[in-house]
Design a protein around this ligand. Structure first.
Ligand code: SF4
Ligand code: SF4
Ligand code: SF4
Length: 350
């Protein structure tokens, strides 16, 4: 028998094992939240997702609230809105939120929450500012924008298991630190960018993307990472013809949003002037450019000559880890069945 909850008077059927926040989202109802992420789970840290439940004392965090049959929930009562406003105002006050110059302007979950709550200017004064940390190769940390939601810490420790980030210090001095509060560039961080992808605000940003495009100026193109046979799913954020940022596709196999440093930040080669765009044939005076037909004909002719003169085992193939698994599979079929040798390997073995 199906069970129902009533959200703002509307009956909604739910399945066991889901939270009120998940049920609301699946039914297109907006409840702001800053610490919850589908991959890092409920944290009950930010308290922005509070709701009022009939018969329960105090406001409840919907990200950790288990629905029960007949539960009556208010997501937008005055009491709920006042509580959310107070929380968002405190988060804004606890940093330096200069949206006009912020890289995540337009894609910031704190900005969205403030907008939906009608907060035009923060109600409190801001504290003194901390230095930004630009010591790492690809990531800039801006502690002034951190809202201490903890998503990056769960991601770094529990998802990619690099164990770099943690909350350091206490009370109002609490902040996210790398190792024993080292600059990120001197820490054990491997620059995978998991923290950047999970951060709901602009506290972690991609160095290479700074100043390249506002979020609303880009469109996304889904593709497969060219670096190894895992086949991670990428989203290229493109302005005009230029890639300005790369993120992992959330909820997609095989990587579920995770990427390594190469997949996330190694896209400079696309625009490199040194990039080889046509086949090259070596001659006495060096390389000359050739068409694909000419180059492939030459390789096939040479292979046949070597095979006739010395036998198939005089040939060997090494397939590239920068191509997809299927290409490597066809490479071994080509060598075993067409050339007739088992001399086939893959560069990942080195
Ligand atoms: S992190 Fe969000 S709220 Fe803060 S300055 Fe950037 S866009 Fe504005
Ligand atoms: S880039 Fe990766 S390893 Fe470095 S702090 Fe972020 S999640 Fe951890
Ligand atoms: S850096 Fe971002 S993800 Fe990490 S605690 Fe701060 S706001 Fe949350």
């Amino acid at each position: 028998m199906s069970k129902n909850i009533f959200i703002d008077g509307k009956p909604i059927t739910f399945e066991d094992g889901k939270t009120v926040l998940q049920v609301a989202r699946e039914n297109g109802l907006y409840i702001p939240t800053l610490c919850y992420h589908a991959r890092t789970g409920p944290a009950s840290m930010c308290r922005v997702c509070v709701v009022e439940v009939e018969g329960m004392r105090g406001l409840q965090t919907s990200c950790s609230l288990t629905p029960s049959d007949g539960m009556k929930i208010q997501t937008a009562s005055q009491r709920v809105l006042d509580a959310r406003k107070a929380v968002v105002n405190l988060l804004l006050a606890n940093g330096n939120h200069d949206c006009l110059s912020c890289e995540v302007n337009g894609a910031c979950e704190l900005q969205d929450a403030a907008y939906h709550l009608g907060i035009e200017t923060p109600a409190f004064f801001v504290k003194e500012y901390d230095e930004r940390d630009a010591s790492a190769a690809f990531i800039i940390r801006d502690p002034n924008k951190c809202i201490l939601c903890g998503r990056c810490i769960v991601g770094c420790n529990g998802q990619v298991v690099n164990e770099v980030l943690e909350f350091g210090y206490r009370d109002s001095h609490t902040k996210v630190i790398c190792d024993a509060d080292l600059p990120m560039g001197l820490s054990t961080c491997v620059q995978c960018g998991e923290c950047v992808q999970l951060c709901p605000v602009g506290a972690f940003i991609e160095k290479k993307a700074v100043g390249k495009a506002r979020r609303w100026e880009t469109h996304t193109v889904r593709t497969t990472c060219p670096y190894c046979g895992v086949g991670c799913q990428l989203e290229l954020h493109v302005k005009g013809e230029q890639i300005v940022r790369v993120t992992g596709v959330e909820g997609a196999e095989p990587n579920q949003g995770h990427l390594c440093v190469k997949g996330r930040y190694g896209y400079d080669f696309i625009y490199s002037d040194d990039r080889i765009k046509t086949p090259l044939i070596r001659e006495a005076n060096g390389f000359r450019e050739a068409s694909w037909d000419e180059a492939l004909d030459l390789v096939a002719t040479k292979f046949q000559q070597i095979k006739q003169e010395y036998g198939p085992n005089a040939l060997a193939g090494v397939s590239s880890a920068r191509s997809i698994n299927e290409d490597s599979y066809y490479m071994q079929r080509l060598f075993r069945e067409v050339v007739g040798t088992n001399n086939i390997d893959h560069c990942a073995r080195v």
